[in-house]
Design a protein around this ligand. Structure first.
Ligand code: BGC
Length: 543
């Protein structure tokens, strides 16, 4: 009653909605329940491609791969770039030496120190430090980004060398004392820079496009190695940047150091991409460096930039178009927007928002939020039924971009608690819902699962396309193949791993029984940084 007196301009219809919601909302009608079933069915059909549709997507993927190998790079963000990496010899475990690595993959970057021991594949020391980049750094001027990286790297190296020197001082007399910093040779650095770079040497190239929310001006078209070297000079810690590589190449190299069956490196994290080993004869657009004639057995790793793949046959719904339109680089990297951790949660959130508008009262709103909305409406003197109803039936966070993270999506997919208690708790804390019902939680779980499954199915399609392109399935007998894989989605989302394996097995069809056991996905934790260090070590020792 107090509410009614306080809100003379709110219409009676809006009041009724508000009161119903304040009381916890009316139960769903049979009609609502049927509507939910239809909506879920519709999303399932749109998000999970039929085998025929998937085959069409794969055919286009293979065509784009071949085109990219033979034609000059086109940077329109709508096709794979198939970039030669100048890595013509992958590690075989015999590399030795001491190196640093800088791994800029997303909004977190890592610095690493590695010592490769004398035994095959032996890593005798490995220190890693992870740092979060502030938003103003990854969207601000390029110089500032490289200064930030150089400053962090400098303190890591100084600290590291300091403690190494201290350890040497207290070491038994037969160990040599470290010479002073000035007399030390320049630290050797592998630079893992996880963006599309057209390389013109193992340690040089130019950035073609930013992705993953980065937008620092002054870097596209320039050499990230030169920019890093200049920044390291500025902070007074020059290094020898011996290798520049994509994270997929790092993961491939790191796993290859341990397992010679490794042929593909994949990242499913904030962004997504793959690289694989290609015959130089198939790479007709590329002039290999001297000593690697494009005949016979020559091979090189190709950074595909598969995130830029696009086909009109890709399974996308209206909400995917919205995700793209609101992204930092609209119209580009559309495959990435269906696969990677930066977009999974947001696609699910937008779908859930649509469902909330279709089935009023499925996701209840907190009483204080309804009151706040009504108070706003009163202040603005808008006794508008539509406004009050919409605002009172959709929790505000659910209407807010970015409020459903991919980490929350994965927690929801994993939820096996009684009555989906964990999901209901997350819906309250993350999406501002009021006493979500088990039905509401089940709808959210189903949408999150569909979005994750689509990603896994498309990843499986792309990996199998690479294997088909390489003639793997036709070789007799097919050899075992290891796919090194890293990235937060794969690493932390265990149900995703199962979805990926299942999708690979299903897509192999009737040959699955013989072929599936030969494919091994191996998590290459920190592989990108380790690979950078191993490739840098190989480069300086001329191995
Ligand atoms: C970048 C790739 C990178 C991938 C995974 C994409 O956005 O364009 O170069 O390998 O993210 O980090």
């Amino acid at each position: 009653m107090r509410l009614a007196l306080a809100l003379p301009v709110i219409g009676t219809g809006a009041m009724a909605v508000a009161f119903a919601l304040l009381k916890g909302g009316p139960p769903l009608t049979v009609e609502d329940d049927n509507k939910i079933k239809d909506l879920l069915k519709g999303y399932k059909a749109r998000l999970l491609p039929s085998p025929e549709r998937l085959a069409e997507v794969e055919a286009e993927f293979l065509t784009q791969m071949r085109d990219g190998l033979s034609k000059r790079v086109v940077v329109d963000g709508k096709r794979m770039m198939m970039l030669p990496t100048f890595v013509t010899r992958l590690p075989d475990g015999t590399e030795t030496g001491e190196c640093y690595a800088l791994d800029l993959g997303g909004t977190n970057f890592r610095v690493m120190h590695v010592r490769l021991g004398p035994s095959k594949g032996e890593v005798t020391a490995c220190d890693v430090e992870e740092v979060t980049l502030p938003k103003e750094i990854y969207t601000g001027p390029g110089d500032k980004l490289f200064d930030y990286l150089a400053t962090t790297l400098k303190s890591f190296i100084d600290r590291h060398r300091g403690s190494a020197a201290a350890a040497a001082t207290s070491a038994p007399p037969f160990q040599q004392l470290q010479p002073s910093q000035d007399q030390q040779p320049l630290p050797v650095l592998g630079f893992c820079f996880s963006f599309a770079v057209e390389q013109d040497g193992l340690a040089s190239g130019k950035l073609l496009a930013w992705t993953k929310g980065f937008s620092c001006p002054g870097v596209v078209g320039n050499d990230p190695c030169a920019l890093l070297s200049a920044a390291l000079e500025r902070v007074g810690r020059p290094c020898r940047v011996a290798a520049l590589l994509n994270d997929t190449v790092g993961v491939l190299a790191a796993q290859r150091y341990l397992d010679s069956d490794t042929e593909i490196g994949v990242i499913i994290g904030t962004g997504t991409n793959a690289c694989y080993v290609e015959r130089l004869t198939a790479l007709s657009k590329w002039e290999p460096p001297a000593g690697h004639a494009a005949s016979g057995d020559g091979r090189t790793a190709i950074n595909m930039e598969w995130g830029a793949f696009f086909s009109p046959q890709l399974p996308r719904c209206e909400e995917d178009l919205q995700v793209d339109a609101a992204s930092p680089h609209p119209g580009k990297y559309l495959f990435e927007k269906l696969l990677s951790g930066m977009f999974l949660g947001e696609a699910a959130r937008r779908i859930l928002f649509t469902i909330a508008t279709e089935v009023e009262g499925l996701f209840r709103v907190r009483a204080e939020d309804v009151q706040a909305v009504l108070a706003d409406a009163r202040e603005a003197s808008i006794g508008n039924m539509a406004y009050a109803t919409a605002a009172a039936t959709i929790p505000k966070p659910l209407a807010t971009p970015g409020s459903l993270s991919s980490a929350t999506l994965s927690a929801i997919v994993h939820d096996r608690s009684w009555g989906l208690r964990k999901t209901r708790r997350l819906l309250v804390s993350e999406l501002g819902m009021h006493q979500p019902s088990t039905r509401a939680a089940a709808v959210v779980k189903e949408i999150c699962t569909l979005v994750a499954k689509r990603s896994a199915q498309l990843t499986a399609m792309a990996v199998l396309a690479i294997l088909r392109h390489n003639g793997w399935a036709e070789s007799s007998p097919p050899r075992p193949v290891t796919i090194a894989i890293d990235g937060g989605v794969y690493e932390r989302f265990t149900a995703y791993r199962a979805m990926l394996s299942r999708a690979v097995s299903e897509q192999l069809g009737e040959r699955s029984r013989t072929l599936f056991p030969l494919i091994k996905f191996v998590l290459s934790h920190d592989g990108s940084a380790l690979g950078a260090a191993v490739l840098a070590a190989a480069a300086v020792t001329g191995r």
